[in-house]
Design a protein around this ligand. Structure first.
Ligand code: AP5
Ligand code: MG
Length: 213
């Protein structure tokens, strides 16, 4: 199964993706995670990406398209994959269609997670992520057993640099202007599966798996 997880910053794409990986045994491909790893490693890609990410702007299409093209050719994508945070612009979606055509593959479902802006700001400003294993938490909605420590691996929890109110506001604007048009793009292809994203994490997960089955 080849999926796209679409939705605004904080909608729960990463949270749901980690649960879907277990259920469907397909890899999560998060362009945000790949870019953050490059920033952390201080690579040329990381240095370029950082200047956009810190402002809540999108990294140029050519850069992310190249990353995904390479990733989709890895052997673990042969039985399916989940794209989290890609595509994010119409040119990215068109490039993806071209890549998949070359690979003789196509997207089955575009899971579009819907959450209102007020809730998104609360989720993003309270998010904490494990430095070691990448597990996600929330100080109020999904708190770890011990503050600052990952339940799964004992790693240190940190707050993402782009999760402050100012950058979040800019990310939400960028989503509306550049990414929302993709909903119509994929509606035309008959692939959009809208999901109500407000509710318990498990409840949202049940909605997603129901739509996919
Ligand atoms: P990226 O990392 O993709 O960030 P994003 O799209 O802004 O989305 P988030 O990761 O912030 O949110 P999420 O939907 O994954 O939410 P989560 O599950 O963590 O991109 C970051 C940056 O990289 C971009 O700004 C851009 O610069 C660059 N970039 C990446 N991809 C790009 C591309 N394709 N093109 C160009 N640039 C690109 O949940 C959030 C919080 O809410 C967590 O704390 C979680 O515990 C909590 N939560 C989750 N579900 C629920 C629930 N049901 N109820 C209550 N709380 C919940
Ligand atoms: Mg994410």
């Amino acid at each position: 199964m080849n999926l796209i997880l679409l939705g605004p910053p904080g909608a729960g794409k990463g949270t749901q993706a980690k649960m879907l990986v277990e259920t469907y045994q397909i890899p999560q491909i998060s362009t945000g995670d790949i870019l953050r790893a490059a920033v952390k490693d201080g690579t040329t890609l990381g240095k370029e990406a950082r200047s956009y990410m810190d402002k809540g702007q999108l990294v140029p299409d050519s850069v992310v398209i190249g990353i995904v093209e390479e990733r989709l050719q890895q052997p673990d994508c042969k039985t399916g994959y989940m794209l989290d945070g890609f595509p994010r612009t119409v040119p990215q979606a068109e490039a993806l269609d071209g890549m998949l055509q070359n690979l003789g593959s196509e997207i089955d479902h575009v899971v579009s997670i819907e959450v209102d802006n007020e809730e998104l700001v609360k989720r993003l400003t309270g998010r904490r992520t494990c430095r070691e294993c990448g597990a996600g938490f929330h100080v109020m909605f999904d708190p770890p057993k011990q503050e600052g420590v990952c339940d799964k691996c004992g790693g240190e929890l940190y707050q993402r640099d782009d999760d402050n109110v100012e950058t979040v506001t800019s990310r939400l604007q960028v989503y509306e202007s550049q990414t929302m048009p993709l909903i119509d793009y994929y509606k035309t292809q008959g692939k959009v599966r809208p999901i109500e994203g407000v509710g318990e994490i498990k409840e949202v997960f049940n909605r997603v798996t129901q739509v996919l089955s």
